[in-house]
Design a protein around this ligand. Structure first.
Ligand SMILES: C[S@@+](CC[C@H](N)C(=O)[O-])C[C@H]1O[C@@H](n2cnc3c(N)ncnc32)[C@H](O)[C@@H]1O
Length: 334
């Protein structure tokens, strides 16, 4: 599977998320909060955003966790080429054969956890998530994978609290989760203490919108795709009560004690003609987007976007380029 890296530095202010990733984590969605608790306090480290959201712990009434988990699973599959690139690069910082414990926090349904466990071939791998539904998916997936089943475990825990006692980790992977926590610096400090000295944290967060259409596609040229992505990004900001594209992760990592932080935008690229899973991701992505933004985009955009969703399984010219902000950082050597 070809992958692409964009070498430009992230410019979070002007970028918008692949909102598909974040349509499925159980926040708000207009029908209440997971445990009924909202975090009303700001981070207190300069970016000035209070959190008005509670965490999706799977208790939302009427919340279709099964459908959401399907989406998050597909999102995970779409970024696997990027995960492979990062894992290969980490080989410059550590010896995978000596990695004894990998912690995947906010693991969701375990797609990336499985990839981590396959790569860290001798490691115990722990998937942590606050959603029992997500963890049940992860369990099923990881148990079924004979390459990893004996070395993985799942733990239900909230990153806003102290994690249960675990052996120290050589690698912690935190993908598309830390913008959910009430106090990211406090959560990062707790994760720092879970690493061995010199251990590595990989933080993956929002970057630019996904691209799927060839340059001459009328839906792209008319601006409908961009308006859908922009409207979905606005809704994500509203739901989170902060702007996840503008979070100053390097500053927060430094405040939490991490050293040697390197940041880069990376992309996972799936070339045309797409495999069926990638086509299904496009269909879901557009349908979720249309559901989310409702009448926030011009009515004239709805038809072409729905046509795109309806034709995506048959089209041979669509590709997927999904972008993420990737920060690689370490616990200092004691
Ligand atoms: C968008 S999914 C990311 C899944 C996976 N890491 C990936 O990148 O494919 C976010 C996950 O974080 C979990 N989550 C959200 N807030 C959390 C918290 N405070 N503590 C632990 N997990 C949390 C959600 O339940 C969800 O499974």
């Amino acid at each position: 599977m070809p992958t692409g890296d964009s070498d430009h530095q992230p410019d979070a202010a002007d970028r918008h998320d692949n909102h598909g990733d974040d349509r499925g984590h159980g926040h708000g969605h207009g029908h209440g909060h997971g445990h009924g608790h909202g975090h009303g306090h700001g981070h207190g480290h300069g970016h000035g955003h209070g959190h008005g959201h509670g965490h999706g712990h799977g208790h939302e009434e009427g919340f279709d966790w099964e459908a959401m988990a399907d989406s998050i699973e597909l999102d995970g599959v779409m970024v696997l080429p990027l995960v492979a690139d990062v894992l290969a690069e980490l080989g410059e910082l550590l010896h995978w054969s000596q990695v004894g414990h990998v912690l995947d926090v906010g693991s969701g349904p375990g797609v990336v956890t499985a990839a981590l466990a396959q790569h860290a071939a001798y490691a115990q791998v722990t998937a942590v998530d606050s959603s029992p539904q997500m963890l049940a998916r992860a369990e099923t997936r990881l148990r079924a994978d004979r390459r990893v089943s004996r070395r993985v475990r799942t733990i239900a825990a909230d990153l806003d609290d102290e994690l249960p006692a675990l052996e120290p980790a050589h690698v912690i992977w935190a993908s598309m989760v830390l913008h959910h926590v009430a106090d990211p610096v406090a959560a990062l400090r707790r994760l720092y203490r879970r690493l061995v000295p010199g251990g590595v944290l990989v933080l993956i967060e929002f970057a630019g919108p996904p691209a799927v259409l060839p340059p001459d596609d009328p839906t792209l040229l008319a601006g409908s795709w961009a308006r859908l992505e922009e409207a979905a990004a606005v809704m994500i900001r509203e739901r989170l009560g902060l702007d996840p594209w503008r979070l100053d992760w390097p500053a927060m990592l430094a405040e939490a004690g991490f050293v040697d932080t390197k940041e880069r935008n990376r992309a996972a690229f799936h070339a045309a003609p797409l495999a069926e899973q990638a086509r299904r991701w496009i269909v879901k992505h557009i349908n979720r987007g249309l559901q989310m933004v409702g009448d926030r985009i011009p009515a004239a955009d709805l038809g072409p976007l729905q046509d795109l969703a309806d034709s995506a399984l048959a089209r041979r010219d669509l590709f997927v380029r999904a972008e993420r902000r990737v920060l690689i950082t370490r616990r200092a050597l004691d």
